[in-house]
Design a protein around this ligand. Structure first.
Ligand code: ADP
Ligand code: MG
Length: 351
């Protein structure tokens, strides 16, 4: 299946969505963007809840614009509250399903057999969303749209359901658009990620490409990369260009950069740190010294902010707890910082 959006636009007062072009094949496309960027508008247009001002939405060559939502073969799961409250969970799913066997099959897949006779108001958040998903899947949609379906759940349930969704999605051979404002959910579930900003598509690509080679500073910051530095290209060589940030020269693995004023982007997870004055470090390329100015425990990883010889802004490294503990890090700790050339991404300067 292929879903093709072209030149899609919709205006609500001050808010302009599009023109939006996007091609979605089978697999999960995570749609990531801040609140108010137009994510729900995008899904509503595809589902047929909203009609666009102009543009086209093609599903395997069939135009959807102008067709009522019940004829679109598009299933949508909402952030919250779309089940019929006066029906049981089973009745809600059966309402959409073609056969009773389908209801039982979905109930088994989504592990909701035990709650089928309950009514939506007594279900927990996680149970409710499982039933909502079962009801949507019962229609055998050709495209599945999910609008932040986990955002109202508590963290442990959200994580568990997210992992389960991951395996469920792999078993569905249809285009899936999964809307979220959370980068971790986007990278965990998305084969590809589309970043939306102010109603426009900012970048779309493989999860790792979007995270490690952001096209713009907005994408970098929105995917958790604060390490953006003004720099300039000083030399082209076979290995890649050498750039200067402050007084520091860094070897990169990039060769295709045309201009000399650039923004240097280094994902925090790619910054390697060691105790200062480790004996063999002089030899390693792109080794600089840093002093910890701040650190933050984010649960599964630590963010370490360091002042380096290139001055401000600070460089951030993210490390796993065992690394953090081994290095006995605190404010003022001196460290050796190594930045592998292949981990340095160059962007055209904002100026
Ligand atoms: P997101 O889902 O990314 O938070 P939305 O698509 O819900 O963003 O909204 C994008 C913008 O469009 C917001 O400014 C919102 O107020 C506006 N908007 C969305 N739906 C409507 C509507 N039905 N009528 C008027 N304005 C709307
Ligand atoms: Mg929304």
């Amino acid at each position: 299946m292929t879903l093709n959006l072209s030149d899609l636009s919709k205006t609500y007062g001050q808010f302009k969505f599009g023109p939006f072009d996007l091609r979605v094949e089978d697999g999960v496309l995570a749609v990531l963007g801040p609140s108010g960027s137009g994510k729900t508008t995008l899904l509503s247009l595809i589902a047929g809840i909203t009609e666009p001002d102009s543009g086209s939405i093609c599903l395997n060559g069939r135009e959807l614009v102008g067709h009522p939502l019940e004829n679109r073969d598009v299933g949508m799961v909402f952030q919250e509250g779309a089940l019929f409250p006066h029906m049981t969970a089973r009745e809600n799913i059966a309402y959409a399903a073609t056969t009773a066997a389908r209801v039982d099959g979905l109930a088994a897949t989504l592990e909701i057999e035990d709650i089928l006779n309950r009514s939506p108001p007594v279900l927990s958040g996680g149970e409710y969303q499982r039933v909502a998903l079962a009801r949507t899947l019962a229609t055998d949609p050709a495209v599945l749209l999910l609008d932040e379906p986990l955002s109202s759940l508590d963290t442990p349930i959200r994580r568990r359901l997210r992992d389960e969704l991951h395996s469920l999605f792999e078993s569905l051979d249809i285009p899936i658009l999964y809307v979220t404002h959370d980068q971790r959910t986007a990278t965990a579930l998305g084969d590809r990620i589309a970043i939306v900003r102010d109603g426009m598509l900012e970048q779309v690509g493989d999860s790792s490409t979007v995270v490690e080679q952001p096209a713009t500073e907005f994408v970098a910051r929105f995917t958790g990369n604060e390490n953006l530095f003004e720099g300039s290209v000083i030399e082209h060589s076979e290995q890649g260009v050498t750039v200067r940030v402050g007084d520091v020269e860094l070897q990169t693995a990039t060769s295709n950069i045309g201009q000399s004023d650039i923004t240097v982007c280094i994902h925090p997870s790619r910054v390697e740190i060691k105790p200062s004055r480790a004996p063999d470090d002089e030899q390693i390329i792109n080794t600089i010294t840093g002093t910890v100015t701040r650190w933050l425990n984010e649960g599964s990883e630590y963010q370490i902010e360091m002042a380096t010889s290139w001055g401000s802004p600070a460089l951030t490294a993210s490390v796993h707890p065992p690394v953090f503990e081994r290095l006995t890090i605190d404010t003022g700790t001196e460290l050796q910082i190594m930045i592998p050339p292949s981990s340095i991404h160059l962007m055209p300067n904002r100026g």
